[in-house]
Design a binder for this molecule. Sequence first.
Ligand code: TYD
Length: 214
Amino acid sequence: MAEGKFITFEGADGSGKTTQLKIIKEFLENSGYKVVETREPGATAIGEKIREILLHETEKISDNCEMFLFLADRAEHIERLIKPAIECGKIVLCDRHTDSTIAYQGYGRGKNKEILRKLNDIAVNGLIPDLTLLFDVTIETAQNRVGKDKDRMESAGREFFERVRNGYLELQKENPERIKLINANNSIETVTKDTKDIIIKMLEKDRRINVSGV
Ligand code: TYD
């Protein structure tokens, strides 16, 4: 059976990562891989309820409550969906994961990043992405893509966006092996090509390892 893979798609709101995820899903399926498309928050039955609160609650939510809700969603997601799919040899494409919490709750909201890392560790129970694609955009590109119909998180403002974006770039510098940076200001076609190149490289590396029996 093929070895499962865990690939996460990260970036600020309006980075175009969801569009790319769908294109990559089709590409991998056409290449014969079994693929699972998923997202955070909201990929499980409990997660759906958590997502509704996180994105559409009109009452004010405390920063700690927000943080625990994202993490609760993740714990459920890992256990019920991501881990079983990887164990079945599937490629899991996940729209947002642990880096979103460090970028948004850590850099964006100012929560302690070391504590967030520990909480993330508990939520994922040892499962770390094989690859993370970081779609980086300027606020101008992002605003054009998000449009006027914003959810609770997207309404957080320009300074928040900049903190999140810089947070992601810091994370990439700290984890250059796992997190690959993609300039998502470019056209969809160019971004797709860059994304495919990175994924193909990862899959080919695996094949070489299998072929040589290491
Ligand atoms: P979503 O509609 O899924 O947006 P996007 O298409 O940009 O992924 O909304 C998810 C929002 O939740 C997004 O603004 C980022 C935020 N978020 C966090 O703040 N922390 C997290 O840990 C996660 C997973 C998401």
